[in-house]
Design a protein around this ligand. Structure first.
Ligand SMILES: NC(=O)c1ccc[n+]([C@@H]2O[C@H](COP(=O)([O-])OP(=O)(O)OC[C@H]3O[C@@H](n4cnc5c(N)ncnc54)[C@H](OP(=O)(O)O)[C@@H]3O)[C@@H](O)[C@H]2O)c1
Length: 282
């Protein structure tokens, strides 16, 4: 495993402790209005229902982490899922779930991605993990995600949600410099994938979701999306998945770049207890 991969994987824990360790990321409740818990996200309408429900959603990265939870939430919302996975074990596990078609394959191979996505009406990618030794050290964070975007374009799958990270693109300055330095390579690769959507897929209905530091813990239900590119914080994986699936069917997330953080999680990355405005999904 390369140093970079190890650094980024280590950042899963480190992000919680450092970079994405927002201690006091507070939302301005006066600004965001009423909600289910204390986040305005509960104002989302038609969760999984209504006009924007997708029948068959392609998911890349659905074997574990955020992507696996996205699969569960899509099923709960009434969508069928086509999951591109690498291992036989994961394929069996997902195939056992009603509503999931698991296809084994490598996201670094364009034709594999296109073949798996064919017949879907939306696509979500949470692909990540750094350089792929099986693909000449190319980064799945760029090449894999780019394959998903390109296949969506070729197949006419006009709804795409790309999960990247706070620290990408316009949110670069949100990460403390010392942390950015450690994560720079992977954030650069993810930013390249973002740029493909932003600069070349101007007619596509895409949404970019940039989570803060990921934590594997039960959902709080208090996480938010925000257009504030300086936002930094931690967030539980289930909450990211929840936001991603809500954003997918939301009517106001077209060509939006949204950071995802949980204001209820204490963090040392926001010692000034700065407030931010939540993006209200409709
Ligand atoms: N860790 C953090 O604190 C943090 C912070 C912000 C954003 N993120 C990003 O958020 C996303 C979700 O992170 P996570 O930690 O929940 O998930 P993760 O463990 O990074 O999962 C990555 C997924 O990508 C899949 N994948 C990687 N290379 C592939 C390939 N060549 N072909 C097919 N599938 C491939 C993996 O499948 P396999 O099971 O086959 O490996 C896995 O399902 C990732 O993009 C991550 O980089 C992470």
């Amino acid at each position: 495993m390369s140093v970079i991969i190890r650094l980024f994987l280590a950042a899963t824990g480190m992000a919680v402790a450092l970079a994405f360790t927002p201690t006091s990321f507070i939302i301005n409740r006066a600004t965001i209005g009423p909600n289910r818990g204390s986040s305005s996200l509960c104002m989302v309408q038609g969760r999984g229902g209504g006009d924007n429900t997708y029948k068959r959603v392609f998911v890349a990265g659905g074997s574990r982490g955020v992507g696996r939870l996205v699969v569960d939430k899509l099923l709960a919302s009434g969508s069928d899922v086509v999951a591109l996975v690498r291992s036989e074990e994961t394929s069996r596990e997902l195939s056992a779930l009603g509503g999931v078609t698991a296809i084994r394959g490598d996201a670094m191979d364009y034709k594999t991605v296109e073949g798996a996505m064919d017949g879907c009406d939306a696509a979500i990618t949470t692909l990540g993990g750094g350089r792929d030794p099986r693909s000449d050290g190319k980064w799945v964070d760029y090449v894999g995600n780019n394959n998903v975007i390109e296949a969506a374009g070729v197949l006419g799958v006009t709804r795409v949600v790309l999960v990247t990270s706070i620290g990408c693109g316009s949110s670069k300055d949100a990460t403390p410099p010392s942390v950015y330095e450690v994560l720079e390579d992977v954030l650069t690769q993810k930013s390249k994938a973002e740029n493909v959507l932003i600069k070349y897929y101007t007619n596509m209905n895409w949404t970019i979701v940039r989570p803060g530091g990921l934590v594997s813990a039960p959902e709080t239900g208090l996480s938010i999306l925000t257009e504030d590119t300086t936002a930094i914080g931690s967030i539980h994986r289930g909450d990211v998945a929840d936001l991603v699936v809500r954003a997918l069917s939301s009517k106001n997330t077209e060509r939006k770049i949204l950071s995802a953080v949980d204001p209820s999680i204490a963090s040392s990355a926001n010692p000034a207890r700065r407030t931010t405005e939540a993006f209200v999904l409709v």
